[in-house]
Design a protein around this ligand. Sequence first.
Ligand code: SF4
Ligand code: SF4
Length: 285
Amino acid sequence: MDELDWVSIKSGLLEMARKRGAEVARVGDPALLEDAEPGLRPSDLLTDVKSMIVLGGAAPRAAEWQSPRVEVMETVGTADRMAALGSSVARHIEDTFGYYALNVPTSTDENDKAFLDFKAAAIASGAGSASLAGPVLDPTYGFLYLTVILTTLPLPVDGPLQEAACPAPQCVEMWDEKGTTPCMAVCPIDDGGCLGGEIQEGLVIKRRYNEEKCRDRVYHYWTPGYQAALERVLDEPDARKRKMILYGSFFTRTMWSITYSGVSQGQCFECIRACPVGTEQRVLI
Ligand code: SF4
Ligand code: SF4
């Protein structure tokens, strides 16, 4: 096929993904991720991979962001809708063009590691840029869930964004006035939170991040908590105490989270709630 065919195949695929719910659809060069550690390289997942399609979407709805009950947001964050979309795009590629297409699992591999660095894939394809808070941010939509399809289809690549979404102009202003930004103000690393850093000449520098603490909040009701509670139950000789653990609210909420969600269920959004990038999408009349 000549170059024009690849261009129209690419636009057809991305258009299909958008029609099915992706807010952002881009193509990146998987070679940009090949210096990742062994096991996390695109070619470790799909031999002869030529392109990676990155789709972003399924962000919480405006009403969910607006809800005064923070517990609502603790239950709606999940990547499963994007994973389903990625699988259907991958199937379409294989059925229609006869090229391999693998929707990268959004669950974790050995040692609780991801199969691929989704963030790096999104940045390499321009499906957002890195942020001080952590998630990749699209300049228009802000935080989105991601799915990555690796394929042997040689699609033309989009490449990284020219302008980063973070820090937003409001954050630069806030930094100049108060020495902090909205995300750092809600989760300050030096005061019980997870985020720190500075802004210099419009760029984030010296970023600090307490990953362990953040992970505990984002995945509070999740597999590690379930494992820890189970261990305590197995070690607990007192039947009454065992019952309290198993039927208590932590274990019950954890079971709901695990059994009624897809993968990558986030439960803390406070830094992104404060982040101005994409706020237009969260406020309706
Ligand atoms: S997700 Fe929650 S815990 Fe993690 S950095 Fe943001 S506000 Fe802090
Ligand atoms: S609030 Fe958002 S845009 Fe501002 S510094 Fe934090 S992550 Fe970046």
